[in-house]
Design a protein around this ligand. Sequence first.
Ligand SMILES: [Zn+2]
Length: 107
Amino acid sequence: MTETIRDHFRRRMRWAMTLSLSGFLILAAWLAWIGPQKAVASTKLIPCAIGLSLFGIGLYLSGSTRCPQCSNSIRGMTATFAAFKFLIRHPPGYCPYCGISLDDPWS
Ligand SMILES: [Zn+2]
């Protein structure tokens, strides 16, 4: 089965959201464990570093999505709306720069 451009965006956005949410939850759990007042002076920074890294990688993945034809950056919102059709009534069907259909096969 051939993967479409939209399927590729969907898979990429799913990974980005999973990594960002995991990083956020790790940071929240770390803050709950350490306590907000002691977080600045804490020496137990490994969970904080892991959470920030996962969150950053997720943001990078969502922000670095590129059109396969024109290589222009289709940043987070366009790619997210294209990937998750239920978010808006009329999801984008074409690249805003070159006009390639997002339902064309990914090559
Ligand atoms: Zn394009």
